[in-house]
Design a protein around this ligand. Structure first.
Ligand SMILES: [Zn+2]
Length: 128
């Protein structure tokens, strides 16, 4: 995903305790500073599947952050910087208000198929 109007330090702080991030600074285009960001599961020893996503049939783990992990990351990021802007595969969040309005709608984003439907928020074993 792409995240604009943030510093790398803000991204790292938002990810603390939630996920591991890979942030690559993008060329400065149209005045905005942006990063291409990947969020990956933390895999702490006491919960190696913390915020980790399952595949659409639910029979194996995927090395990707689950919907709840992204929610926790974005909540932290928009607390730190309410003006941030994120463009993801599912939606665009323009500032904290945009996030609060649009993130809940992504819970039903279909990751599966007609045979194996799997809403984004169900592709994990979170009880959070
Ligand atoms: Zn989850």
């Amino acid at each position: 995903m792409l995240i604009y109007k943030v510093t790398e330090e803000q991204l790292r702080k938002a990810a603390e305790g939630v996920c591991v991030i890979e942030a690559e600074r993008m060329g400065v285009t149209n005045r905005a500073t942006g990063f291409r960001v990947k969020c990956l599961p933390l895999k702490p020893a006491d919960d190696p599947h913390f915020f980790q996503r399952r595949n659409r049939t639910g029979d194996r783990w995927v090395h990707a952050l689950c919907w709840h992990g992204f929610e926790a990351f974005f909540k932290a990021l928009f607390d730190i910087n309410p003006e941030a802007k994120a463009i993801t595969m599912m939606a665009t969040y323009d500032g904290r208000d945009g996030f609060l309005e649009n993130y809940p709608k992504t819970a039903d984003f279909e990751l599966g198929s007609r045979m194996f439907p799997c809403p984004a928020a169900d592709a994990c074993l979170c009880e959070r």
